[in-house]
Ligand binder design. Structure first.
Ligand code: MAN
Length: 197
């Protein structure tokens, strides 16, 4: 027994694993298995972190705080949604599955000249940060869906306006506190008498 327990002599009784394997070998194999699983998980985590590092989080990583938050709004037959730093989607109000309208690929600057409502909702005039989303679900007889989400300073995260500029090429206007700082002095936002946030 002592020889078997110490892995010197193979256990001959049939149990789990090959009968010629000593307990010590069986246990060592279990440990190898579990270490392999740990390694797999660590590798996956590493990939996630690496992707995270290559993402465009904006000046001072300001958009990090928005990740995973979503805003939605109804327009026409659909409910539209932006999940920040992830994707845009369209869901039929009548029911049915989501259509991916593009996955976040990066930021760009866009010059806009738009109205601002009395409540301060709208892009205003000047340079704005936009989130680009590409390679959404393929559009029949058209391109893969894509969305440009243009951001303006607002107290809350809000989806103000959705447009389909060309077939399956969408534009959304979104308010978020995340860009209030970035606006700085260059912003000539007409706030209808409302002070800058
Ligand atoms: C769906 C929606 C529309 C789009 C058409 C194109 O109905 O995604 O926004 O214009 O497909 O076929």
């Amino acid at each position: 027994m002592t020889l078997i327990e110490n892995g010197i002599l193979a256990e001959s009784s049939s149990g789990s694993g090959s009968p010629s394997e000593s307990k010590a070998v069986q246990e060592a194999k279990k440990r190898v298995d579990s270490a392999r699983k740990d390694l797999e998980k660590t590798k996956k985590d590493q990939t996630t972190h690496q992707e995270d590092l290559t993402k465009d989080w904006g000046v001072d990583d300001v958009f990090r705080a928005l990740k995973g938050q979503c805003v939605s709004s109804d327009a026409g037959e659909y409910t539209y949604e932006v999940c920040f730093m992830e994707k845009t989607t369209q869901k039929p109000k009548k029911g049915g599955g989501n259509t991916n309208m593009g996955n976040f690929v990066g930021l760009e600057k866009i010059f806009v000249d738009e109205d601002v409502s009395a409540e301060g909702k709208g892009l205003g005039r000047g340079e704005r940060i936009a989130m680009k989303h590409e390679n959404g679900q393929h559009c029949w007889n058209g391109p893969n869906r894509s969305t440009t989400v243009i951001l303006a300073c607002s107290e809350e995260n809000e989806l103000w306006k959705i447009m389909e500029e060309a077939k399956c090429v969408y534009r959304m206007e979104v308010g978020t506190p995340a860009v209030c700082e970035a606006l700085g002095k260059s912003a000539e936002k007409v706030t209808g008498g409302k002070d800058e946030l």
